[in-house]
Design a protein around this ligand. Structure first.
Ligand code: ADP
Ligand code: MG
Length: 593
């Protein structure tokens, strides 16, 4: 995968210059691949960051296409005069000169023919005025810098060539350590301009995949995970998988594309609900409250008091591992008061709480001692898939909150050297956690168990090397504090107007022009913006190397197969009365057995 047959050009100005020396590569035939003049600058555009140029070449100028002009000047005080290419993106296209309308009104004859008859001989009779939004010139150290100055009228405008775009759009080049090749630029031929993201940014400053159902979110996440597990990244990844879509990552095992020269091969750990073990003492008061059915105010007060009693134990001896019975004992203690005469008086809440806590103790996921430790879930070169289908919403929230909290503390304490290798929470490497259905775990205007810990991780996680990837089909329903901390965004088809509107505020980085595209994107087309790339791009996500696990059931096909001949026969056999099956004895139609 991602072989280095496309070696990165040495970054910098020298190669950018080559782009102007129109040098078509022999293997590339498409016009858009090579740099050549498409038009001439007319003057500034409507806003300060735009200019307009005139062209007669309509095949080349497309909405969103990259063009540049060259500028020769000193780019900062004290620097010599240099020539640089100022990249821009086409954002508007107006036909300003065309054949007379009368020619088009005649539906029988082609306008070109009539034009020729009346002596109009120009090959391209239409003239376009094209608006360009300036991106800036590329500085290998600083990224794109925008001069906010329109080019001089008469300056030539060039189509940016593939190699130039690949080098300056991407922060990392294909196959480099810390790169993630997720697809190629949509406007160019497939694979002509690879889109290669910066994994360091992706996993430390968090990312979000936002799109409507069925637009390819999980597929894209799958591609990213593949890249994270490739020999040039070897990440430690945990996926909360509420729909059982990521089991197919098992294909990574032994897959030749993921083998490293040094013997590296990614590990895949699939945990089913049966494998989930959360130690009760790692839960806090609010976790327990979420797990208990309906508690009265008084019961909550008693439970809170019981937690305070448990905490006193903790102060005595480090990590106090209490179990449900300890909590129940503390509840009884908390619900006992002493009257004026010194007699103990039992309250009425303890018994009800005992019953509810007893129910919780029977849950298969919460245990007195057994526990999924952070290093058990997260290892470099390993992806762990935590399958949470079949688990109730409340339990999912608590499991997720407990694991996230523990992982965060593990990273924090390891980083601050509060714990050493002997501690079960020792986690001496950065980690990345992917969360599907993120709007359920951090909803906008309602409480949820995970919300607080997610806010903390999104706010502070980068300091301790804990990155999150959030996926949701309802960007309008996710907590805005959480969303605004995702510094890289993957936006795919979104039709819902409420969700589109929410993105305009939450994800400005993508830019107005690209956000307009959201409803018209098709499957696998994604707008990538933010910290992982130099400037936002519209990208076609590459094919997955592992199988995609999230395919929609084909209901009509399954209904049809219900009627296939051999299935009908099989059902007939099943429904037939078994030989010797005894009829129930009845008396006047009533069973007497
Ligand atoms: N880049 C892609 N290339 C090919 N097929 C894709 C791509 N992205 C999505 N699909 C197809 O689209 C369907 C929906 O994708 P999925 O990722 O499950 O959607 P979502 O998670 O957004 O609901 C899947 O069946 C998948 O095969
Ligand atoms: Mg999905």
């Amino acid at each position: 995968m991602a072989p280095l047959d496309n070696p990165p050009n040495p970054a910098g100005l020298a190669t950018a210059e080559l782009a102007i020396a129109d040098s078509p590569s022999p293997s590339r035939t498409s016009l858009s691949h090579t740099s050549h003049i498409v038009g001439t600058v007319k003057g500034p555009g409507e806003d300060g960051n735009q200019y307009v140029f005139i062209t007669a070449d309509k095949r080349q100028v497309k909405f969103g296409e990259y063009v540049y002009y060259s500028l020769t000047q000193s780019f900062s005080p004290g620097r010599p005069i240099e020539k640089r290419n100022i990249l821009g993106k086409i954002s508007g296209l107006t036909l300003i000169e065309h054949l007379p309308d009368r020619l088009f009104a005649d539906t029988e004859t082609s306008p070109e023919l009539i034009a020729a008859l009346v002596g109009f001989t120009h090959a391209n009779p239409e003239i376009y005025e094209v608006t360009v939004d300036v991106v800036g010139y590329f500085d290998p150290n600083l990224g794109f810098l925008n001069l906010r100055k329109a080019p001089d009228p008469g300056a030539k405008v060039y189509i940016a060539e593939d190699a130039m775009l690949q080098r300056i759009l991407n922060k990392k080049q294909w196959g480099e350590i810390g790169s993630a090749q997720i697809g190629s630029l949509l406007l160019r031929e497939q694979d002509a301009v690879q889109v290669t993201l910066d994994v360091k940014e992706l996993v430390s400053t968090h990312m979000a995949i936002l799109a409507g159902t069925g637009s390819g979110k999980s597929y894209t996440a799958g591609v990213l995970i593949e890249e994270l597990l490739a020999p040039y990244n070897r990440a430690a990844v945990l996926i909360f998988d509420p729909h059982g879509e990521y089991k197919t990552l098992e294909d990574l095992r032994g897959h030749p594309a993921f083998q490293g020269d040094d013997g590296y091969a990614p590990k895949v750990q699939i945990l089913t609900p049966d494998d989930i073990r959360i130690r009760i003492s790692s839960l806090d008061y609010y976790d327990i409250l979420t797990l208990l059915p309906m508690t009265s105010d008084r019961q909550q007060a008693i439970l809170s008091k019981a937690f305070a009693i448990l905490k006193k134990h903790k102060r005595g001896g480090g990590d106090y591992r209490w179990d449900v019975q300890d909590l129940i004992a503390a509840v009884y203690q908390a619900d006992t008061s002493v009257d004026e005469e010194g007699n103990e008086k039992k309250g009425s809440s303890a018994e009800a709480l005992e019953w509810k806590l007893g129910q919780m103790e029977r849950s298969p996921y919460f245990h007195a001692m057994e526990h999924l430790t952070p290093p058990g879930l997260l290892q470099p070169g390993q992806v762990t898939v935590l399958q949470m289908s079949e688990i109730s919403q409340e339990e999912q929230q608590v499991i997720c909150a407990a694991i996230l909290r523990q992982t965060y503390h593990a990273r924090l304490n390891t980083q601050k050297e509060n714990i050493g290798p002997e501690d079960e929470n020792y986690l001496p490497y950065p980690v990345f956690v992917l969360l599907e259905e993120a709007h359920r775990f951090a909803p906008a205007h309602e409480p949820a168990r995970c919300k607080q810990v997610l806010r903390t991780i999104l706010g502070e996680g980068r300091k301790f090397g804990m990155g999150m990837g959030l996926i949701t089909q309802r960007p309008g329903k996710i907590d805005s504090d959480v969303l605004s901390q995702c510094m890289s965004q993957f936006l795919m088809r979104i039709v819902n107007p409420v969700d589109q509107e929410s993105l305009k505020h939450g994800v400005e980085a993508a830019g107005r022009d690209l956000l307009q595209e959201l409803p018209s994107l098709t499957k696998g087309q994604v707008i990538v913006s933010g910290a992982c790339i130099n400037t936002p791009v519209l990208c076609q996500v590459r094919q997955r190397l592992t199988t995609h696990g999230g395919t929609t059931l084909n209901a009509p096909e399954l209904w049809m197969s219900h009627f296939s001949a051999h299935r009908q026969a099989a059902r007939a056999v099943k429904a037939a009365p078994l030989a010797g099956r005894k009829q129930a004895r009845t008396h006047r139609g009533v069973s007497i057995e």
